[in-house]
Design a protein around this ligand. Structure first.
Ligand SMILES: NC(=O)c1ccc[n+]([C@@H]2O[C@H](COP(=O)([O-])OP(=O)(O)OC[C@H]3O[C@@H](n4cnc5c(N)ncnc54)[C@H](OP(=O)(O)O)[C@@H]3O)[C@@H](O)[C@H]2O)c1
Length: 342
């Protein structure tokens, strides 16, 4: 990795900046140079709130286009509302910026296609633009350890994966569920991307069909959804199902479990906060068991360092457009099923 730091701007005074803004500052190969919001004073207030003890200069814009056209900025982090990602990412790409787009990359497949077309056009002009969907959890080392344990054969062939993500939504955050699923609102578009991404990642396959059941609020946003994705039978004709369970009404759960034909494995703190101690436990039908505590890691910082490294050293990003499209398709199918209770 070179000593050069990638210069970042943040497009939007979103709450998630609580995690990402300090991560951009902390990342060894990155430098925060600007933040923008459409609300007067919000960019500066966000910077002051989350960049405590930072002594570098950061420009604060009350105008998104000013940030996009700032020649000093090389990469943009886009944490805008889900349904706004595509429009603003495309503007940024057209201005020659690399873009890390929060999950979900978009709520429509056609929007992801449009982002990809913008990147292809920019790259035809030799601009070498990097775009990636922001699944920070993929950069936590605990998942590489999970892969090692699974590859050792101790739990056998993977036949079932369960992912659970829930927390009690505070009153102040209720505005996140004040619009219908069809407009990008609700649990499936918010925490569902992680739960479904995890199932697809663990199987290394795409689902063939989904059934889901949801509780909708008065706005048509789901506040609790459970679903089963069918990943098709294996070579021995055994069913492979992925189960997800997400909720804004329950206590905090942030875990996945992989069940094989010999045993099971559980990753206990997946979409974790940086101070959580990662724990992986496993057991077999033969009576063996194990538990490993790993060193805490900040997956937000690791995500930013990965993206900056890809841009600075012309490497492919770990997460691809094909992955973003497959996740979006699985989410759309789950939303369709949940809205029909089918
Ligand atoms: N990776 C993670 O751990 C994680 C966690 C949470 C969310 N996310 C993702 O990050 C994105 C942003 O989520 P979020 O929950 O942080 O969104 P949010 O706080 O609702 O902010 C989204 C956008 O709405 C505007 N906004 C923020 N507060 C507002 C307010 N009080 N009144 C009016 N507008 C306001 C901001 O744009 P302006 O500044 O221009 O007004 C902001 O860019 C989403 O795509 C979400 O899925 C990721």
């Amino acid at each position: 990795m070179s000593d050069t730091k990638l210069k970042w701007g943040i497009l939007g005074a979103a709450r998630v900046n609580e995690r990402l803004l300090p991560a951009i500052i902390e990342a060894s190969n990155s430098q925060l140079v600007a933040i923008a919001s459409r609300r007067a004073g919000a960019a500066k207030a966000t910077l002051e709130k989350y960049a405590t003890n930072y002594d570098g200069y950061v420009a604060c814009y009350d105008d998104m286009d000013a940030l996009i056209n700032d020649k000093n900025i090389e990469a943009i982090y886009c944490p805008m509302a889900n349904e706004e990602h595509a429009e603003w990412a495309i503007k940024a790409i057209n201005a020659g910026k690399h873009v890390l787009i929060e999950k979900p990359m978009a709520t429509k497949l056609s929007d992801i296609d449009a982002i990809e077309v913008a990147v292809k056009k920019a790259n035809a002009r030799k601009e070498n633009i990097c775009v990636m969907e922001g699944f920070m959890y993929r950069f936590h080392p605990q998942h590489a350890r999970v892969v090692e344990i699974v590859k050792s054969g101790v739990i056998g062939d993977i036949l079932s994966v369960r992912s659970s993500f829930s927390f009690l939504m505070r009153e102040a955050r209720m505005y996140r569920i004040n619009r219908a699923m069809s407009q990008g609102g609700g649990a499936l578009w918010d925490i569902g991307p992680y739960a479904i991404h995890t199932l697809r990642w663990a199987f290394g396959l795409e689902p063939k069909s989904v059934i889901a059941h949801a509780k909708l609020n008065e706005h048509g946003a789901d506040v609790v959804t459970s679903g089963i994705l069918d990943f098709g039978n294996d070579a021995k004709n055994r069913a492979r199902f992925g189960h997800f369970d997400i909720s804004f009404e329950r206590s905090r759960k942030s875990e996945y479990e992989i069940i094989g034909d010999k045993g099971w494995l559980k990753c206990h703190t997946v979409w974790a906060f940086d101070k959580d101690v990662p724990v992986i436990s496993w057991g077999t039908d033969a009576g063996e068991s194990g538990e490993e505590k790993l060193a805490p890691a900040n997956h937000f910082v690791l995500e930013i360092e990965h993206f900056s490294d890809c841009v600075l050293n012309n490497k492919p990003t770990h997460l691809t457009f094909d992955d973003a499209k497959a996740n979006c398709a699985a989410l759309q199918a789950s939303i369709h099923a949940a809205s029909r209770g089918a």
